[in-house]
Design a protein around this ligand. Structure first.
Ligand SMILES: C[S@@+](CC[C@H](N)C(=O)[O-])C[C@H]1O[C@@H](n2cnc3c(N)ncnc32)[C@H](O)[C@@H]1O
Length: 396
């Protein structure tokens, strides 16, 4: 038997004589985010699991999640202009972040909508509210911290294109339980201990959704994700001056094995606590980049808003040494963001690192500075050729 009073409060209580048939009947009408067994059933964990499986398909939970944690198979959008190079990608089932599907989504929606009168209507609605309208996307798995979409990829793309940083999705109760039970105690403790009131980048957890952030936008993340989506699996990456590990974690989600360095112990404490929350396992090293003693090299290096400190403040006499060291550690490409003197930095890197081909990914701004984002390639390697095919052409 099912307890009707409890069901009205959102709890599905399984009584002693509970059976799956009565549960299926209940699932036509109720909507219980929580399923519990009474004492007699308690001993049987499998019974609760069976109940959850029988109940969930009818009553998923609706909740808001960070848009940048939503991933979908590359082939979940009908073929359109591919965001990737065919040289490298042959597997359409590989998971990519939403931003890597936007070009396909646009091509698909233009074809699907062509000639339909509803097109103008949709445009009006989305421009009026800046919010997409339609069925909610469905998340069907949590893969480490990647929320995997199984339906509604087009409406999720619409929300991403409209600039939504969090969006409402539906997910089965079991996935919602995993999502809400991600470990956050260590993060809370670090924040308390370090009296942190502001983060450099956003934190992808509901508790910190409204936290103050120096760089809340996802412009850099989106541009880098578009270029690296589908390339990362098995590659090694280095993040120089990683701060709270925002980009380190982002590349881990793409399949990179990341090493990240920063000299600031408080930043690294947050980064490590976040790894626990996100169920990711990058390696963090606390040191000055100039003292980073690594015999290995890395396929891709990130140095976002960090090299200018080393060039112009910490090593003003020998900035070329820093550029040389970046070159020694980097096999194929350096993703870089400048301080407020991009031309000087570009010149130093191109001249001294061996990463001599520069492609701009456009201007950015943050913490009061106008900056530049770009990629330096080592000419002639297979991966840098694959990357070059995804990047805007160099301006002569
Ligand atoms: C402006 S923050 C950028 C953080 C991150 N790269 C991003 O863009 O989100 C610069 C970071 O570089 C680190 N940093 C500066 N000089 C460094 C050095 N010589 N070695 C290691 N880290 C350094 C700082 O501690 C700080 O966390």
């Amino acid at each position: 038997m099912l307890d009707k009073a409890a069901e009205q409060q959102g709890i599905l209580r399984l009584g002693a004589s509970f059976d799956l048939a009565s549960l299926q009947i209940a699932s036509q009408t109720g909507n219980c985010p929580e399923i519990v067994a009474d004492e007699k059933n308690m001993s049987s964990g499998t019974l609760v699991a069976e109940a959850a499986t029988a109940y969930e398909p009818v009553h998923p939970q609706t909740t808001s999640v960070p848009t940048d944690l939503l991933f979908a198979p590359l082939d979940s959008m009908p073929a359109g202009p591919s965001p990737t190079s065919d040289e490298v990608v042959t597997n359409g089932a590989c998971l990519v972040p939403l931003v890597a599907l936007l070009d396909r989504y646009r091509a698909h929606s233009q074809t699907a909508m062509a000639g339909r009168r509803s097109r103008a209507w949709w445009k009006q609605i989305t421009s009026l509210f800046g919010v997409p309208v339609g069925p909610l996307p469905v998340v069907s798995a949590l893969d480490r911290d990647r929320l995997v979409l199984s339906a509604g990829v087009d409406s999720a793309c619409r929300a991403k294109a409209a600039g939504r940083r969090w969006m409402r999705v539906q997910m089965p109760q079991s996935i919602a339980r995993q999502w809400f039970s991600r470990p956050v105690d260590r993060l809370r403790a670090v924040i308390k201990e370090t009296r942190r009131r502001e983060f450099y980048n956003p934190v992808f957890h509901p508790e910190f959704r409204k936290a103050r952030t120096s760089r809340p936008e996802s412009v850099r993340l989106d541009r880098i994700n578009r270029v690296l989506a589908t390339l990362g699996e098995g590659l090694r990456g280095l993040d120089i001056g990683c701060n709270m590990g925002y980009m380190t974690h982002a590349l881990e989600r793409l399949g990179f094995q990341m090493t990240a360095i920063d000299f600031d112990e408080y930043h690294l404490a947050v980064a490590e606590a976040l790894s626990e929350t996100y169920c990711l396992s990058p390696r963090f090293v606390r040191c000055q980049f100039q003292d980073f003693d690594a015999s290995e090299s890395f396929d891709i290096t990130l140095a976002l808003s960090s090299l200018y400190h080393m060039f112009f403040t910490q090593n003003p006499d020998r900035p070329h040494k820093v550029a040389e060291r970046v070159g020694q550690l980097t096999r194929h490409a350096l993703f870089w963001e400048s301080g407020d003197q991009p031309e000087r930095e570009i010149d130093l890197i191109c001249t001294h690192s061996g990463l001599s081909e520069y492609r701009s990914l456009g201007g950015t701004q943050g913490t009061g500075k106008i900056r530049e984002l770009g990629v330096f390639l080592r000419p002639g390697t297979e991966i840098s050729r694959a990357l070059a095919s995804r990047l805007p052409r160099a301006v002569q």
